[in-house]
Design a protein around this ligand. Sequence first.
Ligand SMILES: [Zn+2]
Ligand SMILES: [Zn+2]
Length: 248
Amino acid sequence: MSRQPPTAPRPALIGKVLMRCAGQCAVCRAWSDRTVCAGCLDLYARPQPRCWTCAAKLPPGLTGHARPQCGRCLADPPPLDRAVAAVDYRFPWDGLLQQFKYRQALDLRESLLERLASALDAAGAPEPDWLLAVPLSAERLRERGYNQSHELARALARRRGLRCDPGLLLRVRHNAPQAGLKLDARAANVRGVFAVEPLRAAQLRGTRVALLDDVMTSGTTLFELARVLLDAGVMSVQAWVIARTPAD
Ligand SMILES: [Zn+2]
Ligand SMILES: [Zn+2]
């Protein structure tokens, strides 16, 4: 059996993912029984040494430590016990995540979750009690019709036997997009945005939570949400994300 090697990445392919046929790799279009073929996984999903608490990619020199952390986390430890990212937010994952967000494709969801599951296993991340998605504002939810992070959380929770409930975390304020803001402005922009549903807070007290998001950029949103959970009596918070942008 011979398989054609994956061709070099071409960003123009991103928009064409929609048009692929069943049985073709979503990235290189080689015939494959998987959404992303083994050759592309080898090229684009190699495990990376990452910061223990923000999942930023680390230079190889720092990885000798048991719990390696980036300079930013060492200077200002985030309220996370652990952060795990499956892949870097770049080709082809940026395009595949966009496709998933707007098309809700089941095969893409499964492929992304497979990457996350294998990163979690490799990281030895402890199993939480709850797997909760970063909530969207009511306004954004109306606009999009669904919360892609919750769809990922629900599918992964089912697979791992974790509790998952979109009603526990609230986005009580609609904030401006984080993109384009400087780090301190981002922190101010998310302050007061999240809350634990007061009628359900007792269900979270004393439990371990993993937050799921599709993309982690500066981490500001996840850190703020973790703080809200810890204030509500949650014992520990992890962040599980599909893709991590390069540290800024
Ligand atoms: Zn491929
Ligand atoms: Zn870090």
